[in-house]
Ligand binder design. Structure first.
Ligand code: 5GP
Ligand code: ZN
Length: 111
């Protein structure tokens, strides 16, 4: 399949900042803050509504996110997780990704 995040997750393109058996993470090409990391499952999952694997979901949120927050130094002051889903959710790449954004004060509401 010609999916850009599948290629990045396989290590065929760009640089991974984190990798384990099931998950990969890399810096966003168009960062919206000093820290802007994309966390993706290695298997192709289109979006959060397609993520059937509870273990993988738990792994991402309870293990990978804290590790990357610590590694990028945003664990102390806080950060934001964003999972854009579908057209109205603003999803532009149809491979599930969790944005981990930090290093500056976030505002609310989002645009
Ligand atoms: P979405 O809008 O789908 O939630 O987020 C897609 C994100 O992927 C955007 O923030 C965009 O900058 C990033 N992105 C798109 N293509 C690439 C790429 O080829 N490499 C990297 N590192 N990021 C990308
Ligand atoms: Zn993919």
């Amino acid at each position: 399949m010609d999916c850009i995040f599948c290629k990045i997750a396989r290590g065929e393109l760009g640089t991974l900042i984190y990798e384990d058996e099931t998950v990969a993470a890399f810096n966003d090409a168009n960062p919206q803050a000093p820290v802007h990391v994309l966390i993706v499952p290695k298997i192709h999952v289109a979006n959060i509504t397609e993520l059937a694997d509870k273990n993988l979901a738990a792994h991402i949120f309870t293990e990978v996110v804290p590790k990357i927050a610590q590694k990028t130094g945003v664990d102390k002051n806080g950060f934001r997780l964003v999972v854009n889903t579908g057209d109205e959710g603003g999803q532009t790449v149809n491979h599930l990704h969790v944005h981990l954004i930090g290093g500056r004060k976030m505002t609310w509401p989002p645009g």
